[in-house]
Design a protein around this ligand. Structure first.
Ligand code: ABC
Ligand code: CA
Length: 470
């Protein structure tokens, strides 16, 4: 899994048949018509950017109709885990998607929601047969809202959601519920040939639940522990679920969302991540996802956007990118960050599409050149206020937040840091230009309009920049 880079998509919004023409307004929170078979038809668009794994929205049957918060187009409002969400297609369609993904040399990640189901009632909720395996009141924790996030028992046993859509909290201490979920995940992974799972709301279930579940899944598990504290989030990795790197996410956004961002805080957080987590190279590394405003919502400066997006590709962890970044989407908070991709016409010539292709090519060149690239931990430093240096051998990256009209002073990468020799040719994956070390093996690197530099020895570049300067 470590060598993979993941493209996260929202099934309802990624691709739909050309015969469906209704307007898709994210603010309306309605189903727009995206399906599994339409994803199958657009795999080459994703593969062409260099991603070799897709993560699709939750697949099970959700509550129907509309609510005070719209329809269940995102897939997180489970009704019956025994059935599929028919808006996205049939069992055959999902199996065909898995086959198409594998035929393209890719992996399939499915999102799973274990903590709760959904309902339009809360204090009066009483499960009916439509909840499939969870039709008894005993399958649920007694109703209470999570009011105090500092009380871990409340976080685990009270309910998420609100009076419009409550998320009745399953009693994951009950052996009936535990056994059901463990059996369910084993068969789901096998029925649909799933390669890895993304687990929702991990911190809302006691930690001792997860090792059994992860072992029943038998595949790489990446999980959402939505918290900015490295110590708190790191404790979940010991349960076999690899968290997304939310601790880095917040200082990453703040470092690059303006030309006065603080890179020092990011360096400090990376050090905490390194000291707290059992293995930082197995975390899910991301900039955008479906739950936060897109980075592009904070700034329209193309150089800042490129620098921020480089981070998950050139650092420790498994790289996750969110659909629409390549199309320049800039939606804010949920639901505005779930735009329909078809409006972009799947343009493969856009600057950002090509940029993601370059980042993926740089990451795989580094992995091909060194067997320890994915497992060795990076070293971060700050050569100047506005520059972040990332050494993850054989890749060395320089990110800057000076912006497209700023100028960062050049940085010298010493031979002792890079292990590059005298007069060695180095290629920058971002521009496909070359630089040459001096007679001592040191490299002076200047910046071009605030763009990042992603450097690797020319002898290790493989097919990176095969088409010359981009
Ligand atoms: C719906 C509407 C939204 C509306 C919302 C109230 O209700 O669509 O417009 O704003 C799904 C859908 C959503 C839907 C929700 C609720 O269901 O996708 O559109 O929102 O009905 C996961 C998923 C998410 C999914 C669900 C539910 C859970 O990724 O897509 O949402 O299955 C908590 C959970 C987290 C969950 C999130 C929505 O709520 O922990 O798993 N996401 C603090 C808390 C967090 C909390 C977060 C947001 O606030 O600690 O636990 O997340 O409420 C950092 C701190 C953090 C802090 C953050 C904000 O700041 O360190 O602790 O997080 O600095
Ligand atoms: Ca719970």
């Amino acid at each position: 899994m470590r060598s993979r880079t993941v493209y996260q998509l929202v099934t309802d919004r990624f691709a739909r048949s050309s015969s469906t023409t209704s307007t898709c307004d994210p603010g309306a929170r309605e189903y727009c018509g995206g399906t599994w078979s339409d994803i199958s038809s657009q795999l080459s668009y994703i593969r062409g950017m260099g991603f070799d794994t897709i993560w699709v929205s939750p697949i099970v049957a959700n509550i129907g109709g509309t609510t005070g918060e719209g329809e269940a187009y995102h897939g997180y409002w489970t009704l019956n885990p025994e059935q599929l969400n028919s808006n996205f297609g049939s069992e055959t369609d999902l199996q065909s998607l898995a086959s198409a993904v594998h035929a393209a040399g890719m992996y399939l990640i499915v999102d799973v929601v274990i903590n709760h189901v959904a309902a339009t009632s809360s204090s009066t909720f009483s499960p009916s047969d439509s909840y499939g395996p969870f039709s008894a009141s005993d399958d649920f924790h007694k109703f209470c809202w999570i009011d105090d996030y500092s009380n871990q028992t409340d976080v685990e046993q009270c309910w998420l959601g609100d009076t419009s859509v409550a998320l009745p909290d399953l009693d994951t201490e009950s052996s009936v519920v535990i056994d059901y979920w463990n059996t369910w995940i084993t068969s789901l992974v096998s029925n649909y040939s799933i390669d890895a799972i993304r687990i929702d709301t991990v911190k809302h279930i006691r930690q001792t639940f997860w090792p059994g579940f992860a072992s029943a899944a038998g595949v790489y598990c990446v999980g959402e522990v939505l918290d900015g504290d490295a110590t708190y989030v790191s404790s979940y990795q010991n349960t076999s679920v690899n968290p997304f790197n939310y601790p880095i996410f917040y200082p990453l956004v703040r470092a690059f969302n303006s030309t006065s961002g603080n890179i020092g805080d990011l360096v400090t957080m990376a050090a905490s991540v390194k000291s707290s987590f059992q293995d930082p190279t197995l975390l899910g590394s991301f900039l955008n996802n479906h739950d936060n405003p897109r980075f592009e919502n904070y700034t329209s400066d193309q150089a800042l956007i490129m620098n921020a997006h480089a981070y998950p590709f050139v650092t420790d962890g498994i790289t996750f990118a969110y659909y629409g970044s390549e199309a320049g989407f800039s939606g804010g908070n949920d639901p505005y960050n779930r735009e329909p991709l078809w409006t972009s016409n799947y343009d493969t010539s856009s600057t950002m599409y090509q940029y993601f292709a370059s980042l993926n090519a740089a990451r795989s060149a580094a992995g091909n050149a060194s067997s320890t690239f994915y497992t060795n931990q990076m070293t971060l430093s700050q050569p100047s206020d506005s520059v972040l240096q990332i050494v993850k051998s054989p890749l060395i990256s320089l990110l800057t937040n000076v912006g497209s009209s700023g100028s960062a002073s050049s940085v010298s990468i010493s031979s002792s840091t890079s292990s590059w020799s005298a007069n060695q040719v180095i290629v920058d994956a971002v521009t496909c230009t070359t630089l040459t070390t001096d007679s001592s093996g040191n490299l002076a690197v200047a910046f071009d309009s605030g763009k990042p530099r992603v450097l690797i020895a020319d002898s290790q570049k493989g097919s990176l920049c095969a088409n010359g300067t981009s």
